[in-house]
Design a protein around this ligand. Structure first.
Ligand SMILES: [Zn+2]
Length: 226
């Protein structure tokens, strides 16, 4: 799969998200995939919704929002650049809010969904102060919206999810008994550049070492870190 996409062609941007959805479904999850791009259309990473096999926090959009956030902290991604995320299915309220909390991130989705509380999320969260701020930073444009897609791509987003939904629901109990023991949201992300995650790990280790030092204003107190 090539890594450069036309950032104005939303149909093109949806293709790696669809590929991630296909992988997720093959691995017994719902057919949900997401892709993260730089503003010039370079594919950074994809993730599939692994809520069934890895646990509820492993939604595709959450994994990529966390990658963006940690990569920005580590200085790998730009703080100033607007990133683009495509996702095959309208984000659930949790993912939606995590994405909105990231500055300069636009989210384009393929299929609307009446399930997952996604529409309720729109209703409730459009009026949070954070979202109002993000919209104003984006020249008044919504930061989470339906992508402009060809009929074929839209159908793939809609039908893929429909096709796997019943199967996944049927086997969900059986699968959840053997959940993968993951707690790390970067564990299942698939970056195009293999150095991204190791660089984030190094940065995390440095920050952790620093945070585990007593803070200067606590040194005179008898506060002890257990
Ligand atoms: Zn979600």
């Amino acid at each position: 799969m090539h890594n450069h996409y036309d950032p104005t062609n939303e149909d093109d941007l949806m293709q790696p998200a669809l590929e991630a959805a296909r992988i997720g479904a093959l691995l017994r999850n719902y057919y949900i995939g997401a892709a993260l791009f730089s503003s010039n259309g370079e594919l950074i990473a994809t993730a599939y919704g692994a809520g069934i096999t890895a646990g509820e926090i492993f939604h595709a959009e959450t994994q990529l929002a966390i990658l963006l956030r940690s990569g920005r902290s580590a200085g790998i991604f730009s703080q100033d650049e607007r990133y683009i995320m495509t996702t095959t299915l309208q984000p659930c309220p949790q993912c939606r809010q995590i994405c909105i909390q990231q500055q300069k991130l636009s989210v384009l989705y393929g299929a609307s969904t009446p399930t997952s509380g996604a529409n309720l999320g729109d209703l409730l969260e459009t009026y949070t102060n954070t979202e109002k701020l993000r919209i104003s930073e984006n020249s008044g444009e919504q930061v989470v919206r339906e992508a402009q897609l060809s009929k074929a791509t839209r159908d793939q987003c809609i039908q893929g999810h429909k096709q796997y939904r019943t199967k996944v629901l049927k086997s969900a109990n059986e699968v959840s008994a053997e959940l993968m023991p993951f707690t790390d949201l970067l564990e299942l992300v698939r970056p195009t550049n293999p150095t991204i995650i190791p660089k984030i790990r190094i940065y995390q280790a440095n920050v952790r070492a620093r945070l585990e030092q007593p803070h200067p204003f606590q040194q005179n107190n008898d506060t002890k870190i257990p």
